[in-house]
Design a binder for this molecule. Structure first.
Ligand code: NIG
Ligand code: FE
Length: 400
């Protein structure tokens, strides 16, 4: 069964070869979006079968008129921590009146997650994924990291895997309380028995990647040497690498990620010139994933996306949806913050939340024949409205 979608005022393909080289109002090119105006699309069996100007559209079994709306690739949220139970809204309220974030609250979510049944967790995670889809996210990465025992980490990954192939083992989120006086023993547990169990049925049977919260400014997280041990063990076991780096202050995370060829280093809030140089040198391998919902929700300074883009760094945007630093699942919110506070153009922000975040998961998210029909529709004539109409629910996954 094929479906012809017409009435598309603006189609973002992320395929520069298709675009008309249009420049956005900020004067910076948006050629990377590969925009086709007055476009049509044919979808068949969940795949894109044809893309082009409406005037040249072929016939199909069914037609649907989108009434002059914009269509974009579905958002790829490449950094989330959706497997958790419990409530930390009071911690957020305290931060708004000056209490700093230090990672200590993670233990509260760990206790609540361990206490939840499989079915309770399953319902919570599925609701969060549905909430994302209703806001235009069609692909999601989900990390473990609120279990921190072998069984609870495996359970978190299994539940995440029911909803996405893009799962990440974050046993090295923080050192759990029961290991506070013997950090080395916890690193040994993560790099030994936990990693063995995660990869027991094949390297990526439960997790695609391994991640570590590398943060010398938090007593709970891991320093550069511990992070290196965790990442190299993960790489040797066949997992792709991701890093939480330079979130709370300057640290070794970004340079470690670039050195080890991580797919992504996330947060990148505090960077010096050497970090930016390392990221620019790692272009094509390591993506800098910015998570502005975190700065919003922790009252930290926003990362300087303009500096990174101008240096030639691959910049992605994601939500980091988690109970501590950002309980927002909204990519449109992240885009609006990136445009308003971080110096990105609307085009750069959209590209960062689709094409570049996809690349950090090893995916290609161009709207082209043969690609999966993972699309979103905006109740507006162009992608500029994503940031322009901040806070208004105008974008959702396109059901085809
Ligand atoms: O990405 N920084 C580490 N982990 C999460 C926060 C986790 C939490 O506070 O529950 C983050 O910001
Ligand atoms: Fe995170």
């Amino acid at each position: 069964m094929s479906l012809l979608l017409t009435g598309i005022s603006e189609l973002t393909t992320n395929d520069p070869a298709r675009g008309d080289g249009h420049r956005d109002r900020a004067g910076r090119g948006d050629a990377m979006l590969g925009i086709v105006r007055d476009a049509a699309l044919v979808v068949a069996d969940g795949e894109i079968a044809w893309v082009g100007p409406a005037a040249e559209a072929p016939d199909a079994d069914e037609r649907r008129d989108l009434g002059g709306r914009a269509v974009i690739p579905g958002f790829v949220d490449s950094h989330t921590h959706l497997v958790f139970a419990g409530d930390r809204s009071a911690e957020f309220a305290a931060r708004m009146t000056g209490t700093p974030y230090d990672g200590g609250g993670i233990a509260v979510s760990v206790a609540a997650t361990r206490a939840a049944s499989d079915d309770e967790l399953r319902v919570l995670v599925a609701a969060r994924v549905a909430e994302m889809r209703a806001q235009g996210t069609t692909t999601v990465e989900i990390k473990s990291g609120y279990g921190l025992t072998l069984d609870d980490e495996l359970r978190s990954l299994r539940i995440a895997r029911e909803l996405t192939p893009h799962t990440t083992f974050l046993g090295a989120h923080v050192v759990p309380r029961e290991y506070a006086t013997d950090r080395a023993a916890y690193v040994d547990l993560v790099t030994g028995p936990m990693l063995d169990a995660v990869t027991a049925d094949g390297p990526t049977s439960l997790a695609e990647s391994i991640d570590v919260f590398c943060e010398p400014h938090s007593a709970h997280a891991f320093d550069g040497d511990e992070a290196r041990a965790i990442l190299t063990a993960g790489r040797d076991a066949g997992l792709a690498l991701r890093v939480h780096g330079n979130q709370l202050g300057h640290g070794p995370g970004v340079r470690l990620a670039c050195e080890l060829g991580a797919r992504s280093v996330d947060h990148c809030t505090y960077l010096d010139d050497a970090d930016v140089e390392a990221l620019a040198g790692a272009r094509g391998t390591t993506v800098a994933t910015l998570l502005p919902g975190v700065e919003f929700s922790t009252r930290s300074p926003y990362p300087d996306a303009r500096r990174l883009v101008d240096a030639g760094v691959d910049v992605a945007l994601a939500s980091d949806c988690n109970p501590g630093t950002c309980y927002s699942s909204s990519i449109p919110f992240a885009i609006a913050l990136a445009v308003r506070e971080m110096g990105m153009t609307p085009a750069e922000a959209l590209h960062a939340a689709t094409a570049v975040s996809a690349r950090s998961l090893g995916l290609d998210r161009r709207v082209a024949p043969g690609q999966p029909a993972e699309l979103a529709v905006i109740d507006a004539p162009s992608h500029l409205h994503l940031a322009y109409r901040a806070g208004v629910p105008i974008v959702r996954a396109l059901e085809v």
